[in-house]
Design a binder for this molecule. Sequence first.
Ligand SMILES: C[S@@+](CC[C@H](N)C(=O)[O-])C[C@H]1O[C@@H](n2cnc3c(N)ncnc32)[C@H](O)[C@@H]1O
Length: 448
Amino acid sequence: MVLVNARKPLSAALRAVAYTPFTPLHPSFPHPFKSLGREQLRWTTSPAFDSPSVVGDDPILVRDFIRSALYDPDHGYFSKRAGPVGVLDKSIRFNQLQGRSAYMHLLDKLYKQHDIAWFTPVELFKPWYAHGIAEAIMRTADLSIPLKIYEIGGGSGTCAKCIMDYIMLNAPPKVYNNMKYTSVEISPSLAQRQLETVGEVQSHFSRFKVECRDATDRSGWGDVKSYPCWVIMLEVLDNLPHDLIFSPNQVSPWMEVWLEQNHGSLQISEAYKPLQDQLISKCAKIIGLDNDHAAERNRLISAATKVWSKAFPKPQRSWIPTGCLQLLEVLHWALPKMSLIASDFSYLPDIKVPGDRAPLVSTKKSGCTKDYSNYLDAKGDADIFFPTDFWLLEKIDHYCSGWSNEHTGSRSSKPVKKRRTITLDTAAFMEEFGLPIKTKAKWLQSTP
Ligand SMILES: C[S@@+](CC[C@H](N)C(=O)[O-])C[C@H]1O[C@@H](n2cnc3c(N)ncnc32)[C@H](O)[C@@H]1O
């Protein structure tokens, strides 16, 4: 799905996206719960987990574990040069493919040729996907002022290069001449790769820069930039750290999950504390899972239901996008006039990890994809990615912009800005802004 959040009215024709599933294999795994004590609830990891560098002596939150497993400069999944972001040597000629089966056959061949876990849409549909984004920007931006684009997590640099190509060839010369494209990339190896990709066109180089840093870290942004600008995030939200909250039954308050190393062993256990972390509490409130909401819900629940849920408790786990909240808070602070384009998986198939909005934890070895059922098994060799709940994303964006009721209801002095949000599926986005003639296979083109 694609979320377009513009500060100017969006075209009325803009309605919708096609998300193509790039489906890996999903073998089943045993359920990871081992023990639930009465006083201190714990969840013990499989004994195979032996990475003391991730959890040290002090307990850490789940988001810190995920951040380390994905982005630690030494062992993080995204710190390796080859692997995480697949790049196609040349564009796929969709209009020469005979329908869906020819496309699936080609995908299968490509995955066998490249030892990578995924090709993202911007890679598979290059250059057309990025051209569609460039077209959306050109149709809605005020082109009388210099165009400023930020991209968070630009991967191999394909999106940046293709957007700049499109603007160079299709916009009035002054738009290309005055534009600035800033990439904020956490991985040093991918930052280097972006420079190489964009540098293939010499004239792009003076208009492009890459800042190798964590976009969620406020200090990296320097001062507030009060000019209008665009922010692009493609397949980034799914890899942002999340937290986990837990409730032992249907009526008890939610608790935050911490990870600690067992004394004298390398095993890691979950420990549960009342909600106290600021980011978790804020996120839970936006979702409606905070204790005020729970108390209100409990007031309405009958005594019989309460007894039932104690007698037959169903433990509940909910993954909450604290990394996304952190990123949007920082972006709205640093770039208060930003328009946002975010695309991501709205759904992931065959997730083995338990909980609402749970991630897929997937690794690829010798050409075979393997999914874990325990997130703690990710040790830098596995991608951890979450489906994006676009309804929630819009809520978080409006909260951070100061526009939502929750925020305006508070005593905040922040000025309230109106946000217009449209969520589209990828097919409709390409239909509206792309060149469908280039991205549909032959059989699909002849379909009425
Ligand atoms: C799945 S890749 C997507 C790459 C590219 N956007 C695409 O669609 O092909 C996620 C990208 O986000 C980057 N990333 C993740 N968290 C980040 C953060 N906090 N700050 C900056 N970059 C981040 C990763 O290093 C990687 O380049």
